[in-house]
Design a protein around this ligand. Structure first.
Ligand code: GTP
Ligand code: MG
Length: 208
């Protein structure tokens, strides 16, 4: 898919630029570079994690109020690959109309975006397994989209509690899946997990 490109995938972030916000996958930038999209419940920390990974200040807009990100936002990294910030799912307070717009928008993007190399499914490390996350993950399985799990906000609790949450989630996943997906424990505040995530992305980029 990317044969026309010569890549030197250094995982040092040299440049990170906002490209565009799209309300449909058809409006997204040309599908000619590897792409990693961040999804998860509203307020789980998708935009914060993109800022943490890129280390380029306030690239993605964050908010204490759920429902901040409402479009498909593309960020071009090192002129070579894309990070994508998506709206959250499962936020009760967005209007029904908004919700009805989000769902097909996100699902159409995921199913149709040819250069989508891996979804990053963000999970709040403080919560027990949430049905909405599990059903989203199972849907990704049905449509055969690769993904990694990213546990967020690890700074907000003890290491033991985070480990217990991760273990509970793994157990749930293994009820439906034969193998565990790659997973990462992160904190946008303390930068935990940054190197590991960049390494994961770098490895995939190299294989393409
Ligand atoms: P939507 O765009 O609304 O779907 O939310 P989002 O998933 O992009 O979450 P966002 O990054 O906007 O963060 C939501 C809130 O959680 C903000 O107040 C962040 O400051 C906070 N937050 C995100 N990540 C972390 C983290 O790792 N640690 C702590 N302590 N707070 C975090
Ligand atoms: Mg956001």
């Amino acid at each position: 898919m990317f044969n026309s490109w010569r890549y030197d995938f250094s995982m040092e972030i040299k440049t990170a630029n906002f490209v565009t916000s799209s309300s449909e996958y058809t409006q997204c930038p040309p599908a000619d570079k590897p792409e990693y999209a961040f999804i998860g419940r509203s307020n789980v920390g998708k935009s914060s994690l993109i800022n943490m990974i890129t280390n380029f200040g306030k690239l993605a807009k964050i908010s204490g109020k759920p429902g901040k990100t409402q479009l498909i936002n593309h960020f071009l990294i090192n002129e070579q690959w894309y990070l994508v910030d998506l709206p959250g799912y499962g936020f009760a307070k967005v209007s029904k109309t908004q919700k009805e717009q989000f769902e097909p928008m996100i699902k159409n993007y995921i199913v149709n975006r040819e250069n989508l190399t891996s979804m990053m499914v963000l999970i709040d490390s403080r919560l027990p397994p949430q049905p909405i996350d599990l059903s989203f993950i199972n849907w990704l399985g049905e449509v055969e989209i690769p993904f990694a799990l990213v546990f967020t906000k690890a700074d907000k609790q003890s290491v033991n509690k985070t480990q217990a949450s991760v273990a509970a989630f793994k157990k749930k996943i293994l009820e439906d899946w034969e193998v565990l997906p790659p997973y990462f424990v992160t904190s946008a505040s303390s930068k935990t997990g940054r190197e590991e995530l960049l390494q994961y992305i770098g490895e995939i980029n190299k294989q393409i």
